[in-house]
Each structure stands twice: as C-alpha cells, then as structure tokens.
Design a protein around this ligand. Sequence first.
Ligand SMILES: Nc1ncnc2c1ncn2[C@@H]1O[C@H](COP(=O)(O)OP(=O)(O)OP(=O)(O)O)[C@@H](O)[C@H]1O
Length: 349
Amino acid sequence: MSSLTVTGVTKSFGATRAVDDVTLHVRHGSFTTVLGPSGCGKTTLLRLIAGFLVPESGSIAFGDTVVAGDGTRPMPPQTRRVGYVPQEGALFPHLDVAANIAFGLEKSARGSDRTDDRVAEMLDLVELPADFRHRRPDELSGGQQQRVALARSLAPQPALVLLDEPFSSLDASLRGSTSRAVRRALEASNTTAVLVTHDQNEALSLADEVAVMRAGRLVQSATPSQVYLSPSDPEVAEFVGRAVVLPGTASRARATCALGEVVLTEPAEGEVALMIRPEQVYVDLTHDDGVRGAVEEVSYYGHDCAVQVRLDDGTSVLSRMSGVRHPSPGDIVHLRVTGLVRAYRPAAP
Ligand SMILES: Nc1ncnc2c1ncn2[C@@H]1O[C@H](COP(=O)(O)OP(=O)(O)OP(=O)(O)O)[C@@H](O)[C@H]1O
C-alpha cells in the first residue's frame, strides 16, 4: 500500500481536454472521492492512475515510485498493483464467489489452503457470510456482488484501490448500506482508495478528502466539511449541495444582504457574493424577529422539509428546516441566518 501523487497531469482526446493539469495527493491509507458532473473527466483520471491510459504531460507516483510521466516508461497496469472496481459486471459469471475472489492471487497459490484462508478473510472483511463462497454471482444481490468485487480487488493486497461509481446501479437503501460496508472494509485493511462519483451525498459521507472536478480541472480538494461549508467558488457550492447565493456588501467580518447582517468566515470588503446553506436560514414561525417574507412552497420529506420564502423585497430564499413543525404556503414568517457565511468576489459581468 502507498500514497498516490498526481502532478500536473493532462490527457486529451482530439480537441477535448478530458483531464487538464490535475494535481492531487492521496495519503497512504486514506479514502478520496473524486466528485464532478458527467463528462468532467473523473473516469479518465482513474484510468490514467490505473495505467489504462498514458498522460500526455505530468506524472503519477505511488509512494516514491513514478508509474507514469517524468520521462519514465509508463508502468503497465498489471504491474501497478492496482485493484479496480467498476460500476457493475466485474465478476466472472461462470465462477463461484471463492474463485472470483481468488482470481487475482498468484496461480501457484490458487486452490491451496492459503487461498481458502484468504477468501474467508476477504468475505469476512466485506461482511459477507462464509458460506457465500460457493454461490455464483447470479445468486447474489447487486450490493453483494459489489462487495465480492471489492473483496477480489483487495485479495492480492493492492497498492491502491480505484472504484468507478461502484454503487450507481444499486437502489438508494442498498447503496447506503453497501457503500458503508465498503468504507469499513477499506479502513480495516488500511487501503489507499480513490472513488469517483457524481453523487454529492456519497462523496461527502464516505471520504476523508473530496476532490471536486469541473471541465477536466480539479477545482477544490479538501475535507468533506471544508468542501461543503467553504467551497472554493459559488459553482462548487451549488454542486455539492443546495445554496442560497445573495449579493451583499462586506465590511471586515460582517456583511449585509437581503437576509440582514451576517457574520463571515473570513473578513472581506465591498461588493461580495454570499453563500448561505439552506439549513442556515432559520424560519421563525412565531416572532417577528428577522427579515419578513411569505412562504411560497413547502416540500415535505419527513425528516426535514424545504421551504421557499419570498422576502418583501422580492428575493426568493430557500430554507431547510425540521419536518416536525413547519409553515404552510401563504404564511408570513421571519428569517434569520445562523452560523458563518462564506463571501466571494462577485463574478465579473
Ligand atoms: N476514449 C475516448 N475518446 C474520446 N473522448 C473521450 C474518451 N473517453 C472520454 N472522452 C471524453 O472525455 C471527457 C471526459 O470523459 P470521462 O468519461 O472521463 O468523464 P466522467 O466525468 O467520468 O463522466 P461520467 O460521469 O459520465 O462517466 C468527455 O467529454 C468524454 O466524451
């Protein structure tokens, strides 16, 4: 196992720069999710790391070993010791679970007690019952198949595991339980891992670090809470969650906007764009303390609800509040901002 360092890597297909000068460091034993919209270059980055593609510039290193770039001959995928878990269909349908897991182990070891032990260890690691070893892939659910695919990738003790949207074919509840099991297995085996996804919840909830990509470029790489609470620009803010972006005027640690005075994460001066998360907008149903508005729409989700409010000055603001007690369309409410707000230089006209 090792760390991963991608330095200034670029890869084009014809006129399309799929990966554009990307620099990324993944610590040994840590889990990074690469998050971005469809077509932003996530899979291409993963394929470059795996060795299925060669960068046209920049370099890739596992620990101190350069595997591509820097004038070295690219190391072929099979010698990089990388485990690759694709979206689905990774398992050999004609082999049972044990044979699938053992597939990546050395030929000489297959069928031995050592292999049997390793298969049992891997099934245990991905939290599947020991007797699943005799089942064929078509006798497993989608989530179980993905756990076996992970077990197979981990069996030969790879330097790095790459996961390409491995839960995207699973339904919502299976997706949550499978992704958490995969996370635990990677942590227990202290494996360095990179997972690509376009699902914000998945990226934030699983990772030590989230790397956000847009149009081939890496626009932010930070912890999930930093990416959520202090996104590098308003576009990232709106990609990793819902955001209320309002024009405001800043003076040192405070700014004024349609929602009144707010406290900033960092001092700023003059015209700014303020990024407020909907759950920071407190809706007061009983007191007239705050900025007045009328409720336009309520979307009720059970655990919470989304409330769209039109302020008296015409600004429309979204709040996310508890579903226990919520207003109805037409109600007059008062809004206040809680917590710190991130200010950005407004985009040039
Ligand atoms: N083999 C290829 N030949 C030509 N263009 C390609 C090739 N592979 C990828 N591209 C292009 O490179 C860009 C990035 O593609 P990539 O598959 O890396 O994006 P992605 O973020 O993984 O998208 P998705 O989430 O939809 O899988 C896209 O514009 C895509 O059309």
